[in-house]
Design a protein around this ligand. Sequence first.
Ligand code: G3P
Length: 217
Amino acid sequence: MRLFADTAHLPDIKELASWGAIDGVTTNPTLLSREEGEPEKILYEICEVVQGPVSAEVVSTDWEGMVQEGRRLAQIHPHIVIKIPATIDGLKATRALSEQGIRVNMTLVFTPMQALLAAKAGARFVSPFIGRLDDISSYGMNLIADILEIFDHYDFETEVLVASVRHPMHVLEAARLGAPIVTAPPKVIRQLIRHPLTDIGLEKFLADWKKLQERLK
Ligand code: G3P
């Protein structure tokens, strides 16, 4: 399973990349609005750190505008993937950009049928937002299972990129379902490595080793 960092915060991206933990990055207008500086410069810097896809989202809502914006964003760096919302204009723009060899990540996907249409339009990735479904008392992980099952029947090149991840259990469940990619906030990625028994165990090993060294003096 590939793990992407869902953030535009460069220090976090650098830190996670140094662990060998991340294979890509996803950003969106909200995440970029939290950072200081020019969004396009930030995106370029992220691309230089991460050896994998970096999603940059369009803010136009008409398909011609999305295509224009997507083409411009794609010029920032070869790692850039264009994030396009799951709307009718989004489908048209996805088709046009994909035909031009520009990879699209169809975002704000909340139903299996949106994912199916995204795949038909040529999206390279689809991003179902599971946390936001959980927020409205709808079990987000069912959406992942449905899309994986549908994609399994056909020959689409589209990969499921599990998004709107809120906690480690989302990552675990997505991995158990065999989702190819999960994008998670840095906080959640850090939670994946932490366990109190690891800390307690390490403390005990070090204390015992110190006692042994003192005995040997
Ligand atoms: O990858 C999409 C993600 O940024 C949305 O997450 O937590 O705002 O629903 P959230």
